[in-house]
Design a protein around this ligand. Structure first.
Ligand code: SF4
Ligand code: SF4
Length: 240
């Protein structure tokens, strides 16, 4: 991939930017990245690469990441947002790829939570709580893909400082990518808004979707279109 280092305020044409990336996006394996929008698949692949690089850095600095399968405290306590383009992808995944039993499980979970009136910390609506698994794992948003911690968080650990280390480490890997994920995100959001040009040097500041802000009724509405004939694989466990 050609090096891409935006310097200063510089406008790029959205259409040409995506043309240049088309051949890279076409090579991304669909099994691991089943996204309808292949440029979001590319964005998520870049984020996963940042995460891998960050893990290596953490090991070198003797602060290995402790995130692993079934570790889900961050899904309860972290701020969980996604861009609009990523949220569209989640919606598509729910409709087209997710196994029907996972959808039913989510629906039951939402029903219980809605009727519990509990003051407990609100988990991400897409977390399968009994398994500690992400039901939308392949299309989980950028923030979830980059989250890493050098000390184990637990559901009892409600201090927001629990995630400081991961944010610090994520920033280290970010700048070393030949194509910065934030630049691609900016281009995707500009495309969604129908803009012809975008400024790659700026961090994306577009409207975000707060996944925890959705009502259970709204979420159920999203699931209604799930076909009973779905044969997709069971959701993969959290594995960062
Ligand atoms: S940030 Fe890592 S260690 Fe903390 S809960 Fe999430 S997966 Fe586990
Ligand atoms: S989208 Fe998945 S990984 Fe992200 S917070 Fe929700 S359950 Fe956890």
């Amino acid at each position: 991939m050609k090096e891409f280092h935006p310097e200063g305020p510089q406008q790029l044409e959205v259409k040409h930017f995506f043309e240049g990336l088309r051949k890279y996006a076409a090579t991304i394996p669909e099994k691991r990245y089943p996204h309808q929008n292949r440029f979001i698949a590319l964005l998520h692949l870049l984020c996963d690469s940042v995460s891998k690089l960050t893990r290596k850095r953490m090991e070198v600095e003797s602060q290995s990441a402790v995130c692993g399968n079934g570790c889900d405290a961050c899904c309860y306590f972290a701020e969980i947002t996604s861009s609009r383009t990523e949220f569209d992808e989640i919606r598509h995944y729910l409709h087209s790829n997710m196994a029907a039993d996972a959808c039913s499980k989510l629906d039951r979970q939402w029903f219980v939570q809605e009727n519990e009136h509990s003051s407990a910390v609100q988990p991400c609506p897409f977390l399968l709580q009994d398994q500690g698994c992400c039901s939308i794992y392949p299309v989980r948003p950028l923030g979830c893909r980059l989250l890493l911690s050098s000390r184990k968080c637990s559901k009892e650990d409600e201090s927001s400082g629990a995630f400081d280390s991961c944010q610090e480490w994520s920033r280290l890997g970010w700048k070393e990518m030949p194509l910065r994920p934030d630049t691609l995100m900016k281009a995707l959001e500009s495309q969604r808004c129908g803009k012809d040009f975008f400024e790659p040097g700026k961090l994306y500041d577009e409207e975000k979707v707060d996944l925890k802000a959705f009502t259970h009724q709204e979420l159920r509405g999203m699931l209604k279109q799930v076909q009973s004939t779905q044969t997709a694989e069971a959701p993969m466990c959290l594995q960062k």
